[in-house]
Design a protein around this ligand. Structure first.
Ligand SMILES: *[C@@H]1O[C@H](CO)[C@@H](O)[C@H](O)[C@H]1NC(C)=O
Ligand SMILES: *[C@@H]1O[C@H](CO)[C@@H](O)[C@H](O)[C@H]1NC(C)=O
Ligand SMILES: *[C@@H]1O[C@H](CO)[C@@H](O)[C@H](O)[C@H]1NC(C)=O
Ligand SMILES: *[C@@H]1O[C@H](CO)[C@@H](O)[C@H](O)[C@H]1NC(C)=O
Length: 349
């Protein structure tokens, strides 16, 4: 190859690469604008001050876009990003255990928000009096948090499956319960004790020395008519994977004990669960469960929601953090939690 043709070759090669790059960028632009209607072009930077429970995950690449299709969201865990971070997130557990400290005197860049994050019930959040007048937003399972990160939720099914596809089959136990941390003072333990005197309750887990492996959990629950989705803490909106995963995914009708029925109705179809408060006594509830299991038609009605809804579980902290960006524009311009302790322990029960 002569020098001239070599030069020409390199020139065309470079031109092609350039064109490809342009085309790619243009397509990405189109993709972004279809997903994000209020395209602003601004990247939000979310700084996680420390990882929850000391377990970190990869933040390589454009993680919010790559995993969850949330655009313009830069998730970082290196503190050198502090000066440019729009939101700095502090997970509560490490703060109250003293593994991490808040540098309250750190000069806060203008407009930066500090977020308090916890998925625990109020009883397990420790004393929050020390955190007055520090945080601008809350990230919790509560519906009234600035960013709500539930344990699970229902999303509409895109393709409606055949009507009775999910109808329950092959049940061998009336009531099942999985419990590892049994405490006799828990409200749920009292209800269990009374209920098991009336109807058979099959118990699994650490407490009875019959633990279920995660591989066996759902298939075991699928053989039960009812599953006791009893929360260990009774608190506003505190509805955990015991409902979303164990009961709903396991294919048993959940019998729930936790916040009031209205909290459940706000996030779950009315006729998909049974709430202990619907009955004047545990005895009455036992009789109801027994009769319902005998009546195949009425029992099956508790599964009709599955035609329209599917369960989505939230397990990855990165997905929860990316949610900050999707809701950033609806955050109040100025907000200070002057009494975080009072907000967290707000009762509706
Ligand atoms: C935090 O400290 C507690 C005890 O103070 C300890 O048990 C726990 O393992 C520590 N957690 C991390 C993530 O370092
Ligand atoms: C029902 O469950 C039992 C116990 O797990 C199993 O042995 C049996 O094969 C199942 N029957 C059907 C029809 O699925
Ligand atoms: C939900 O169900 C309860 C009892 O099952 C019933 O009393 C109530 O009217 C229902 N609410 C709605 C909004 O359908
Ligand atoms: C966040 O809270 C701090 C401390 O109370 C306050 O000075 C600041 O104005 C707040 N920022 C926003 C954006 O609400």
């Amino acid at each position: 190859m002569g020098l001239r043709s070599m030069k020409r070759y390199i020139f065309f090669f470079t031109l092609c690469i350039l064109l490809l790059c342009l085309l790619n960028g243009w397509q990405r632009g189109i993709k972004y604008s279809t997903y994000n209607h209020q395209y602003t072009g601004k990247n939000f930077t979310i700084l996680l001050w420390h990882w929850p429970f000391g377990r970190s995950y990869s933040l390589k690449g454009d993680i919010c876009w790559d995993l969850y299709r949330v655009p313009h969201c830069k998730l970082v865990d290196r503190r050198s990003f502090y000066p440019s971070a729009d939101v700095v997130v502090f997970h509560n557990r490490e703060l109250i255990q003293g593994n991490q400290t808040l540098s309250v005197d750190l000069p806060r860049p203008r407009g930066q928000r500090w977020a308090w994050m916890s998925l625990e019930s109020p009883a397990h959040n420790g004393n929050l009096k020390q955190f007055a007048n520090i945080f601008n937003m809350t990230i919790s399972y509560r519906r009234d948090a600035d960013i709500t990160i539930p344990y699970g939720e229902l999303l509409p099914k895109e393709d409606k499956g055949p009507a009775m596809e999910e109808s329950p089959v092959n049940k061998s136990s009336l009531v099942c319960w999985v419990v590892s941390n049994y405490m006799s003072h828990h409200k749920r333990s009292q209800v269990y004790k009374e209920l098991s005197a009336i109807v058979p309750v099959k118990v699994y887990g650490q407490w009875t020395k019959t633990p279920l492996s995660s591989a066996d959990l759902l298939s075991t629950i699928s053989h039960c008519y009812f599953y006791l989705a009893f929360e260990n803490s009774v608190a506003k909106d505190y509805i955990t994977e015991k409902l979303w995963y164990n009961a709903y995914q396991g294919g048993a009708v959940p019998v729930v004990l936790g916040p009031p029925r209205s909290d459940y109705e706000a996030v779950a179809p009315n006729h998909s669960f049974i709430h202990v408060d619907e009955f004047t006594s545990v005895k009455e509830m036992g009789t109801y469960l027994h009769q319902l299991a005998e009546d195949k038609k009425r029992y099956t009605e508790y599964f009709t929601w599955k035609q329209k809804w599917r369960v989505k579980l939230y397990k990855d902290w990165r997905e929860r953090l990316c949610k900050i960006c999707s809701q950033y524009s609806s955050l109040p311009h100025h907000k200070v939690y002057s009494n975080l302790q009072a907000w967290v322990s707000a009762e509706n029960v």
